[in-house]
Each structure stands twice: as C-alpha cells, then as structure tokens.
Design a protein around this ligand. Structure first.
Ligand code: HPA
Length: 274
C-alpha cells in the first residue's frame, strides 16, 4: 500500500473510534475568521491533532490544533480548529492529511475559511469575500503517484467552488444583511507578506485577494468530488511602496477575529441548509 494511504487510514480509524458513531456531513476549516464558530458547536468531541497518529502539532499564529465534532445548525460537522500551512515547513502530504482523513470519515462538503490581503480596490478591511475561483501558486498537493482511491490522475477544476453553494451563500448573506464580496483568490507560499510589486503582479493575473492557504485543501477535496465553499476575511489591503504602511500579523489576527461573528452566522445557516 502507498505509505500515504496507510497514514491516512490509521488516522481515520483513530478518529472514527473517537467519533463514536457520529457521521459528519461537512468538514469546516476554521482558519482566521471562523474561530468563533468553534464555540457554537454543540455537544462537542474535541480531539487535539497531536493525539492523532501521523499528525504533528500546529504552530501558526492565531491557530489552535484540534478536531471538533458536534452539531451546528442541526447537522453533524467535523471542524478543524487550525490548519497546517506549507510555510511552517510541513510537506504537502501533511498539509492535506486532515482533509483526506475527513474524506475517509465520509464528509460530503468542505467549507474553508482564511485571512487574506486584498488587491481589489473596492474591498475594505473586515469585508468577507466568497471565493469563486482560485489561482494556486503553491506546489500542487496531487504531485506524486495518484491516490486512485480518492480520485483521478487529472482532476477537473472547472467548478472548484460549488456554484449551488455559492448561490445559496449569496442569498443567506443578503437575508442576514451581510455584505459579501466575490472574487478570485491566489495562494502563495508565504511566510512573507507581499511586496507592493507582488501585489500589483497578482492583481494583473486577475486575482482579487491573496493568502497562504486554502488551495491545497480545496484541490484535495475536489480530487475526491467533495463540494467546496470558500470564504476569506479581508484583513489588510495591498499598498504602494511609498505608503507609510506595514502589514502586521497581530493586526491581521485582530481583524479576522472582528469578522468572525459575521462569518459564523453565514456558515451556520449554510450548514443548516445542507
Ligand atoms: N498576503 C498573504 N497572506 C495574507 C495576507 C496578505 O496580505 N493577509 C492575510 N494573509
């Protein structure tokens, strides 16, 4: 058996015994911006990543490292409180390991959130952006022998972000009176924030915002035919070289926390509708 497959299966078997018969319908990645959602999960079973065979401890700022399984909006969800980032030095197989474990556990949907900087000049700090497409500038997590058990060698990425889920989310946002931007997300390795020239370059590629995560997880989910919804909190704005501006990680975490309540309300209603 492929070494990756045995790691995934061992972790999934461990999680399955912890979940005690629960069958999560959706996986939710609580990146910056959805921390609040963790507190709203009812009847939670919490499994720290470090306890799961094959999982290292998460280290990124503003990120904890737990699986939380419980009810939200009347549905059983499996949330990831924190994620593994490529910039932390983990191999791509580790970055996407939790997603493959959730797929093994039977999720049908993956809801992903993150913090991102905006190139689109009509966006403001604190805005939420529904991701309608992405440009992946991280290494592709499917490089290497294909895991046929999950999906095909050359997966289609035409509708990476599920159109029906986007439609539903736009309606929910309208109903809740939350302004929702929509755009194209580009992912880079980090850990540096962008130079002004890089922001300009990414904007010229057609991207509206930029971050350091999301795309590996989405690619692996789409490989397995999981339906995906992605949302970013805009925590900072692309700036010019002559601006008196410093992209500050503490301010980014603060902005993400401020937006958390809005995003949590949207996700809760979407989950309830699944
Ligand atoms: N660039 C990359 N990643 C980010 C940013 C940014 O401006 N803001 C939050 N995460």
């Amino acid at each position: 058996m492929d070494k990756r497959m045995s790691v995934i299966e061992e972790a999934a078997a461990f999680m399955s015994s912890w979940l005690d018969g629960r069958k999560p319908v959706a996986g939710v990645i609580l990146g910056s911006g959805l921390g609040q959602l963790a507190e709203e999960i009812e009847d939670p079973i919490v499994v720290p990543y470090v306890r799961v065979p094959g999982f290292p401890a998460a280290t990124a700022v503003g990120h904890k490292g737990n699986f939380i399984c419980g009810n939200l909006g009347g549905k059983c969800v499996l949330a990831m409180q924190g994620r593994y980032h490529y910039y932390e030095g983990y191999p791509m197989d580790t970055v996407v390991l939790p997603i493959r474990v959730m797929i093994k556990l039977g999720i049908k949907y993956l809801l992903v959130s993150n913090a991102a900087g905006a190139m689109n000049k009509s966006f403001n700090i604190g805005d939420l952006m529904l991701i309608r497409d992405h440009i992946n500038l991280l290494p592709n997590p499917l490089i290497g022998p294909n895991l046929d058990e999950f999906g095909p060698r050359f997966p289609d990425m035409t509708c990476a972000y599920d159109l029906a889920l986007q439609d539903r989310m736009l309606k929910i946002a309208e109903k809740q009176g939350v302004k929702l931007q929509r755009g194209i997300y580009v992912s880079c390795t980090g850990p540096t924030y962008e130079t002004p020239a890089e922001y300009t370059y990414y904007a010229s590629m057609g991207a509206d915002n930029v971050g350091m995560s999301v795309t590996p997880e989405v690619i692996v989910a789409r490989h397995a035919g999981i339906r995906v919804l992605g949302m970013s909190v805009i925590t900072d704005i692309a700036h010019e070289a002559e601006d008196d501006y410093i992209t500050d990680e503490n301010e980014i975490v603060r902005q993400a926390d401020l937006a958390s309540r809005k995003m949590t309300g949207l996700f809760r209603e979407l989950i309830s509708s699944l």
